[in-house]
Design a protein around this ligand. Sequence first.
Ligand SMILES: O=C(O)CCC(=O)C(=O)O
Length: 230
Amino acid sequence: MAVDYQARHADLGLLVVRQAFSDNLSSLLARCARQVVKAAPLMRPTMADGTPLRVQVTSCGDVGWMATRARGYHYADRHPRMGPWPAMDEVMRGCLAEALARAYGDDMAWMAGIYDTCLLNFYGPGDSLGWHQDVTEEDRCMPIVGISLGDPARFEVELGEEQVSTIVRSGDVVVMGGYSRLARHRVAEVMPPDLFGPRSPLSRPGRLSLTYRRARCLPGDIEDRIRRKR
Ligand SMILES: O=C(O)CCC(=O)C(=O)O
């Protein structure tokens, strides 16, 4: 395990933790993700221009990310067909705590309790997600923590003038905090599995990302506590 990334990227809040999760933990997380998908099936929300999103998404937690023609990007209290989103269970939150501990140190794992949503994106082989900023959240303070499962993908982030490009593999964690919290980023391509790469815990080819966010406003005292620690 290594907390990767050149110091200048870390200064801007971008961290990539390689192989933060063992195969066993990745399999457990993939099993939890399957339960989420059973309760809140994957869907392709429609973007403002009427085109469906390329990747399939669903969520767990108090709110879930959605896009509709009428409302654009927003957080909704419920899955459009199934009612309230499934809760973020202990394993899902435990994996987030582990990711935060690997990225920032054990004394920051407590922040896992503050996240109120996890977005699950499923990409088929060759799929991509275009350049965008994560600005639908009311909170812009909590780092976004993304866990990759399944096939490798090229993940790219614009940091000022620089375009950072890295391959994320199953079990890797990307943390976008600080300046990078609002950086434009994309998944340029989901690639075929590496011969010697980590084993995919998914039951089909492709990639699943779990991105944890705090969507609603943070109480001021918690925001102060986080800013003091960073
Ligand atoms: O799939 C990923 O790793 C990134 C997902 C992403 O950028 C997003 O959902 O905003």
